[in-house]
Design a protein around this ligand. Sequence first.
Ligand SMILES: C[S@@+](CC[C@H](N)C(=O)[O-])C[C@H]1O[C@@H](n2cnc3c(N)ncnc32)[C@H](O)[C@@H]1O
Length: 341
Amino acid sequence: MIVKLLIYDTEKSIRTNEFAAEVQAGLAATRRYLMPKYFYNDTGSKLFEEICKQPEYYLTRTETSILMKYKRDILGICGDQDISIIELGSGSSLKTKILLNEFVSNNKKIFYFPIDVSETMLNDSIDKLSTEFKNLRVIGVCSEYASGIKEVNVFMLNHSDVPESKLLVFLGSSIGNLDPVQVQKFLTALKEQVNYGDAILIGFDLQKETTILENAYNDKAGMTAQFNLNLLARINRELQAEFDLSFFMHEAFYNVKQQRIEMYLVSTCDQSVYIRGLGKHFSFKKGDRIHTENSYKFSLEGINKLAIASGLRVIKNYTDSRNFYCLSLLSRVPDTSETGK
Ligand SMILES: C[S@@+](CC[C@H](N)C(=O)[O-])C[C@H]1O[C@@H](n2cnc3c(N)ncnc32)[C@H](O)[C@@H]1O
């Protein structure tokens, strides 16, 4: 019987130069950017765990409290059957443990598939989970979201003992990193991965006062700043670049019109940086910015509209007393062709 296993994205070897290509494209663009998925190397993943503990970063604490309060309700909606829990961007899986505890203590057979690009974080969390939960089968998938789901599907097809019923989980407000076009495409694709009766649980950060939002991304301890700057340290290490981190600063602010936190690395002087791995120099003027992340903030109405546009329906929106955060439990809507309408 499988208790713990780590599998890899089988197509990854074809994409070994992806990091170099994406850094090159981002830094050569008119509006420079680096993709947020690259935050999460070993150091970045550890820094993210530190961010979650900061007093200003209400997101983790609020999502945890909602999970604690509504775990039984979520379990009730998912039904009595054995279940496969598939989590996108699982990180430390700390919050998911709240659900796992609830499901396992109800004597269900649970397969848990955490999917994450951060190998060290994934290895560590599947080790801990398999020691802590005796009845849990943990199959970690080191991969990006879409290819990770494909790997899980292949695994399920090849292992008849894996429960067919699914709960797809996407926590930490990571959905906010996608822009409105991407998010609808993403949810529509996610819908294709579940059957009617399966559920999808997604954490959405809600719109709120600008100061609360901006403080969360500018913690006093400087963890988010370090997390942001670590992108440059990663490029230095993996692409033999010469970024001097002291010549860049972290910037994060709320764009009210777009309803998103925007995060940048700002050059504090005129400079030219050589990236040996790309064989190129990149010039920066004082004040030039590299866009590193968007974090969209949602409304309950917006979540409902988004669900409908993606062929999903909201079963329940679980929120906290301050309406800071929403955990949406969604399910697939039958296609009209299938209902005969
Ligand atoms: C904001 S953290 C959330 C972690 C955890 N779910 C939580 O709620 O605390 C995002 C996680 O997703 C992973 N990640 C980011 N982009 C990814 C991608 N494109 N594919 C797979 N994992 C990704 C990161 O390594 C990180 O663990």
